[in-house]
Design a protein around this ligand. Structure first.
Ligand code: IPM
Ligand code: MG
Length: 357
């Protein structure tokens, strides 16, 4: 019996609804496969916790999470708590404290979901975006001086380190190598940004020599938006800085038909700390409590979590079940269906138990 301990942090808005659905699906996989076991422990951290305690999580939160094999996260953000508090109070301290430097964002067009691109269907768009998750433009380095005066200045300084760039490049090349096409596109902006981005390109070329079987190319980020839109078939694995990948992954989600189904893994590839898996969509307060939140992103990120835990068979079975259910038209309203969260979840559980999935 392989055992995995998972800390669940459903947090805000529709987070609890989609994480409950995800746990039900993981438990059904456990029943179906018989040789793996999850132990879930739930943490009620988030905006409600903040309203009661003045903090998003307890001061020893990271210590509490550290022994777990993985973290399964819902969404943060509340209409009546400022975004920088919810974000810098919970999700970012976990990503940074656990050095989850590789943010992995798979994107593909699921069966039954329509891309806004003409003549592009499942199979034409199957990407994984690797986002540098620990430094770059979002390092938090900068400051303000002479506040409120005419000469006020604000700086937001991007940081690129040789260690940081080398490790994300290695991760991306390795991931590209593990996929059938062995194809990596390195996104850059070294024409306009002549220091950090030129170093980024140089390190990409150095790391490439360790992976002679991976075909790679380089794209300027602006031109990349055009290629993603006009030639989605020409891309497979993509690596980009924190800011570039933040923007490109929203575009990717839209081109694949819905940001609502997109998952993400915040990964510590060295496994010193637990990695964290979450749907990309936010807390969606407009539909909270209505029972119609799309659970597909939380299922897909559960599949990422299974892969990370070495449970490839369970992960593949889960994704086959999700694809079958989407393809059969059992979809929530955000992707053009009429099903509820519960109906989609039950259909996925049925598919997991059916012998031919
Ligand atoms: C994402 C989100 C976050 C990010 C926001 C909430 C800060 O947009 O996961 O892409 O950009 O990191
Ligand atoms: Mg974003």
């Amino acid at each position: 019996m392989r055992e995995h301990t998972v800390a669940t942090i459903p947090a805000d808005g529709i987070g609890p609804e989609v994480i409950t659905a995800g746990i039900a699906v993981l438990e059904s996989l456990q029943e179906r496969l018989g040789d793996l076991k999850f132990t879930f422990r739930n943490f009620d951290w988030g905006s409600d916790y903040y309203k009661r305690h003045g903090v998003m999580m307890p001061a020893d939160g990271l210590e509490t999470l550290k022994p777990f094999d993985a973290i399964y996260f819902g969404a943060v953000g509340a209409p009546d708590v400022p975004d920088h508090i919810t974000l810098w109070g919970l999700r970012l301290p976990i990503c940074q404290g656990f050095d989850q430097y590789a943010n992995v964002r798979p994107t593909k067009i699921l069966p039954g979901i329509t891309s806004p691109l003409r003549n592009v269907g499942p199979g034409d768009l199957d990407w994984v975006i690797v986002r540098e998750n620990s430094e770059g433009e979002y390092s938090g380095n900068g400051g303000r001086a002479h506040r409120g005066l005419p000469e006020e200045v604000g700086t937001e300084v991007a940081i690129f380190t040789r260690v940081g760039v080398t490790r994300i490049m290695r991760f991306a090349f390795k991931l590209a190598q593990s996929r059938p096409r062995k194809l990596l596109t390195v996104v850059t902006k070294s024409n306009a940004q002549r220091h950090g981005m030129v170093m980024w390109d140089e390190i990409a070329a150095e790391v490439a020599t360790e992976f002679p079987d991976v075909t790679w190319d380089k794209m300027l980020v602006d031109a990349m938006t055009v290629r993603m839109t006009l030639k989605p078939q020409s891309l497979d694995t993509i690596v980009a800085t924190n800011l570039h990948a933040d923007i490109l992954s929203d575009l990717a989600g839209a081109l694949a038909g819905s940001l609502g189904v997109a998952p993400t893994g915040n990964i510590d590839p060295e496994r010193r700390f637990p990695s964290m898996f979450e749907p990309i969509h936010g807390s969606a307060f407009n539909i909270t409590g209505k029972g119609i939140a799309n659970p597909v992103a939380s299922f897909w990120t559960a599949a990422q979590m299974l892969d990370h835990l070495g449970e490839a068979e369970a992960s593949e079975r889960l994704m086959r079940a999700v694809e079958r259910v989407c393809g059969a038209g059992i979809r929530t309203p955000d992707v053009g269906g009429t099903a509820t969260t519960k109906e989609v979840t039950e259909a996925v559980i049925d598919a997991i138990h059916s012998s031919n999935v």
